[in-house]
Design a binder for this molecule. Structure first.
Ligand code: NAP
Length: 248
């Protein structure tokens, strides 16, 4: 029986580490052709080499998702190289926690530009192709923070709530085109996400909260594969997962 992944063309943003990288490895093993975007070209290139050396298909396109033209080039590369785009995983994101009263306005701007506008640019780039194909699948990465807010996580939480709202609106609007939409909301997963928090005390608190708790990134990859591998008439709209031990 087909896994409904083999032969699919999958574009992943934020593929140079963490969740995106793990999804790339698993989907390549399952027979997808991958187009991988992120800013760190060296990391993407090593990933492409690992995948192709194991018999998989992958292409790296250096991409900053805050630039609409670069996102369009990433998606266009999939169609130019493989003839279509079946899945876009809007995964690139940052979690720059800090209390509002510290006014880390640059971090707020970065999160809004990357976590919200980056996702919208992905939709703008891929939707015309998917409409034309009359098939496609958007997988948008939200978070537990897209379901609840905690101190120091206000702006991040707002961006991840926005991802869920955008995804649900998209789901309703693309009914005529046979397009599937999936929101994945991870709990704590071991990646580089916390390392990028700019406030030292907040970064250390986040580390101590997830130490010994965070799941490996392969967990996310399995959930992505689950959503894609469903028969075409099944649209897995939302998955929230946490480590079993996670309370928050
Ligand atoms: N790990 C968790 O516990 C967790 C929980 C809930 C949700 N999430 C979400 O999962 C997603 C992936 O994060 P992660 O945990 O895998 O963290 P990560 O290891 O830091 O990965 C983030 C990815 O986003 C990319 N990125 C950052 N800025 C970018 C930009 N301007 N343009 C393009 N790519 C950019 C990074 O690559 P470059 O720096 O090379 O560009 C990297 O590949 C994020 O949306 C995050 O909010 C993670």
């Amino acid at each position: 029986m087909s896994n409904n992944i083999e032969g699919k063309v999958v574009v992943i943003t934020g593929a140079s580490s963490g969740l995106g990288e793990a999804a790339a490895h698993l989907l390549a093993k399952e027979g997808a052709s991958l187009v991988l975007g992120a800013r760190r070209a060296d990391r993407l290139q090593s990933l492409v080499e690992e995948i192709t050396n194991s018999g998989g298909k992958a292409l790296a396109v250096s991409t900053d998702v805050t630039d609409r033209n670069q996102v369009q080039k990433l998606v266009d590369a999939a169609v130019e190289t493989y003839g279509r785009i079946d899945v876009l995983i809007n995964n690139a994101g940052v979690m720059l926690h800090s209390p509002l009263e510290r006014f880390k306005v640059e971090d707020w701007d970065t999160m809004i530009d990357l976590n919200i506008k980056g996702v919208l640019y992905g939709i703008a780039a891929a939707l015309p192709y998917m409409k034309e194909q009359k098939s496609g699948h958007f997988i948008n990465v939200s978070s537990v923070a897209g379901h609840k807010v905690r101190p120091a996580g206000t702006v991040y939480s707002a961006t991840k709530h926005a991802v869920r709202v955008i995804s649900e609106g998209l789901r309703q609007e693309v009914k005529p085109y046979n397009i599937r939409t999936t929101i994945i909301s991870p709990g704590a997963v071991e990646t580089e996400l916390i390392d990028r928090i700019t406030e030292t005390d907040i970064r250390e608190t986040a580390r101590s909260m997830t130490e010994g708790l965070a799941l490996p990134a392969e967990t996310f990859a399995r959930i992505v594969a689950f959503a894609i591998s469903q028969p075409d008439d099944v649209d897995v709209n939302e998955i929230l997962f946490r480590p079993t031990k996670q309370e928050f």
